[in-house]
Design a binder for this molecule. Structure first.
Ligand code: NAD
Length: 321
């Protein structure tokens, strides 16, 4: 079967993996109702539209919506009716509704549970989810070796680590054999209000590690509707983001999306989407950027408003709903 994509979202290589990810990736946290209730049909329709428009990369976790996100993603991908090799799927292990558990035993069982919910034989990437909430030495000595066995068993093609503080990536990568970790997933550190990931990119490139950057909208902060109630940003940062978002005729989400897509050293920018409309808007932001470039005038206006709160991070391990 041939598949027709109706847009040409750029594909970018992921480190040394050989995978080519759409530079705009589908974040499946919102379809687990993490940002408010989302009907299953909307999740499935969003997946279909994203794939139709050229998005080939989908990210989830057993944590999102306490397994709901994985189940809906599984349904949505199956409904595409295309060969498995046409899409790239990442899920995670070690973080659950019940809490964190990075033991070899738990993560080995976890992948089987995830594959069943996703209705897949393998995932492309299995990440250790939010590793700063566990022991980094356990990640190095126990979790990663367990994931290597899962890789050998063909349950995942590649191994990744995710988390908020950037130091965790160098800590772990400096302590595992080269080539063991294929990819890192960072979030909220390559956007208009926080671009600190940029300093780490040369190191990651030198290690041949692929880079995924998530949450270009800073987990809803850079949207007209504003952040969810659980959002961990300081009141000052929330107020600054809201000041701009409420200005008439300015689309802060589009600007933020485009800003995050500008680094070619980032293979994919994962944005969470829960409706066909959001998919269409974000894909349009990506294709418009490729054609016209960044709107520098508007960007500098927003940067001026956000400059007093630039690069302000927040505590990690927040409990999403
Ligand atoms: P995000 O910054 O992508 O923001 C998502 C929010 O913005 C949702 O409420 C969504 O409905 C809304 N939105 C999306 N497009 C919009 C548009 N065009 N206009 C208005 N609102 C829009 O935050 P996120 O979803 O948390 O992050 C993206 C994905 O990255 C997640 O879904 C997840 O897959 C991944 N992620 C992983 C980790 C981790 O591994 N630790 C952490 C954060 C995110």
């Amino acid at each position: 079967m041939t598949t027709h994509h109706y847009s040409d979202i750029e594909l970018r290589p992921l480190g040394n993996s050989g995978l080519k990810l759409s530079c705009l990736g589908f974040g499946a946290a919102p379809i687990g109702s993490v940002y408010g209730p989302v009907p299953e049909e909307d999740g499935v329709a969003s997946i279909r539209e994203a794939f139709r428009l050229g998005v080939n990369f989908f990210d989830t976790s057993p944590y999102y919506g306490g397994t709901v996100s994985e189940k809906i993603l599984g349904k949505g991908l199956k409904a595409l009716g295309v060969p498995r090799r046409e899409y790239i799927v990442s899920t995670k292990c070690g973080r659950y509704k019940e809490g964190f558990d990075f033991s070899a035993k738990r993560v080995s069982r976890s992948i089987d549970e995830s594959l069943a919910r996703l209705q897949l034989d393998y995932v492309d990437i299995l990440h250790c989810h939010d590793i700063e909430c566990g022991s980094l030495d356990q990640i190095v000595n126990e979790t990663i070796p367990a994931l290597q066995k899962l890789k050998e068993a063909g349950k995942t093609r590649f191994i990744g680590i995710t988390g908020l503080p950037l130091e965790i990536f160098t800590y772990v990568l400096d302590r595992v054999p080269s080539g063991t970790i294929d990819v890192i997933l960072s979030y909220c550190h390559f956007g208009i209000n926080d671009s600190t990931l940029v300093d780490l990119l040369p190191y990651l490139k030198s290690k041949g590690v692929g880079v995924i950057s998530a949450s270009p909208l800073a987990m809803g902060l850079l949207t007209e509707n504003g952040p969810p109630e659980w959002h961990p940003a300081s009141p000052e940062l929330k107020a600054s983001a809201a000041t701009y978002s409420k200005e008439k005729g300015k689309n802060i989400s589009k600007l933020a999306m485009q800003y995050s897509l500008t680094s070619k050293d980032i293979s994919s920018v994962l944005v969470g989407m829960n409706s066909v409309q959001q998919v269409v808007q974000n894909v349009a932001a990506a294709t418009e950027l490729a054609t016209f470039g960044q709107d520098h005038e508007t960007l500098s206006q927003v940067e001026a408003i956000l400059s007093p709160v630039k690069n302000q991070t927040w505590p990690s391990g927040i409990q999403q709903r």
